[in-house]
Design a protein around this ligand. Structure first.
Ligand code: FE2
Length: 213
């Protein structure tokens, strides 16, 4: 028998959740709905409303300054938590996603970025989650029956979300949104973060050439 047991968790796969202050939420949500009103093609007579994605440079729009600040402060916090030396980063893309009832968003990653995330504007009941998938494909080779399903043993994890929340995750982490089972549209804003000077500094070799004999 044993007299002690420890479980050490190696290579964690973090997802960071933030609740944004209500005054900021009010500003971002109001400006988002105004932008949608202005940019989204109008409804076609007799046809159900289609899903819509805005241009992907919303972070350059003055009306998204408050959201930019939210993204920057949450991403800075994550980099600090991760012990990452540089905090100089850019928002490389930012766009609104609208999913009407029954519309989903298939699994994907966000290549060529370090962090990705989502700010939630409107999350109807039944359309209020994001699903992450274990990127370690090997873990599915043997899939024994489970006595319980939770974050310790599942390959797919559903994270509930609500309006005014930011979810940040590594850009390589596959994620999807199941069909919106609510009666109203789900509105969210996705964004990507990358180090500003990746090519100039970070990607250079970490070792130095020793010319001594
Ligand atoms: Fe995504």
């Amino acid at each position: 028998m044993f007299h002690d047991q420890q479980t050490i968790k190696l290579f964690p796969c973090p997802v960071w959740l933030f609740d944004i202050n209500s005054d900021s939420v009010e500003i971002v949500n109001r400006n988002t709905m105004a932008t949608i009103e202005k940019m989204r093609p109008s409804e076609k007579e007799g046809q159900p409303r289609q899903q819509w994605q805005s241009p992907n440079d919303l972070h350059t729009f003055p009306e998204f300054e408050e959201l930019n600040n939210i993204i920057k402060s949450t991403a800075s916090d994550v980099l600090k938590q991760q012990g990452i030396e540089t905090d100089a980063f850019l928002i490389t893309g930012c766009w609104i996603n609208i999913r009407p009832p029954a519309h989903d968003h298939p699994a994907h990653t966000h290549p060529n970025n370090y962090l990705s995330g989502c700010y939630y504007v409107n999350t109807p009941e039944g359309g209020d989650c994001i699903v992450f998938r274990d990127p370690k494909m090997e873990t599915n080779i043997i899939a024994p029956p489970l006595t319980r399903e939770d974050q310790e043993n599942s390959r797919t994890i559903m994270v509930p979300v609500r309006s005014g929340m930011v979810v940040l995750f590594p850009s390589w982490l596959p994620h999807l949104v199941p069909p919106n089972q609510g009666n109203i549209e789900r509105v969210s804003i996705a964004f990507n973060i990358m180090f500003s000077s990746y090519g100039e500094t970070i990607s250079k070799p970490l070792w130095t050439f020793d010319n001594n004999p």
